[in-house]
Design a protein around this ligand. Sequence first.
Ligand code: MG
Length: 252
Amino acid sequence: MERNVILCDLDGTLYQDGVPFDGIVESLNKLEQNGNDIYYMTNNSSLSINEYTQKLGEIGFPCAKDSIISPILTAKSYFKSSTYEYKNIYVSGSDSVKDEFFHGLQVTSDKSAPDCILMTFNKGLSYAELQKICEWINDGIPYFLTHIDLSCPTAKGPIPDCGSIGELIFKTTNIKPIDHFGKPGDHYSNFISKYIKNSNAYVVGDRIYTDGDVGVKIGAKTIIVLTGETKEPSSIEGITFYDTAVDFFDTL
Ligand SMILES: [Mg+2]
């Protein structure tokens, strides 16, 4: 029998502001006990994988270190490839995210003269750092974003995410980023494709244009729930709508 691989978005799908939706913890643990493989598919690059593992464990989600797929991993995979010439990368991010990015990567981080810049969802970004980054970009240094989400949902409404930081840089310099590493881009889609080989694959999320697109792109059964950004079901080929993730999990 084929195994089930379930790739779940986090914000707006399983929790909001780290507070799990009703019944989610029990439902995920039951799925895991029944032999389903669960992965958490986030675009959020403000936390490292270690920090996510700890956070999800504390909430009570079944979570191993390799259960979390973040754009930091897909970015690492890209920069590891010998096809790309960037060897001195400036990462704008938290210390833990930077440690994770550079760990095991044969590149340097000489801050005086980077050959490219990677912007994450850096909640510690200062004006001085932003100014320095724009000066480098004005000088022709290329930049990447971890992901293009404009906002991150919170209980107090949307807050600026990496995509908005990228827009600010673009509006300032008139230079676009080279690429990004989050959902629904090709780097992320190709990266998660390896998780679903020989399986019944499901992608569960709350954003049609990120989670929905990536699920359809990799050929997974794609579920959009109405607990986050999407409020109403619609008719989109390849996507099934459920009120909550628990409602869908109950069908497995
Ligand atoms: Mg979401």
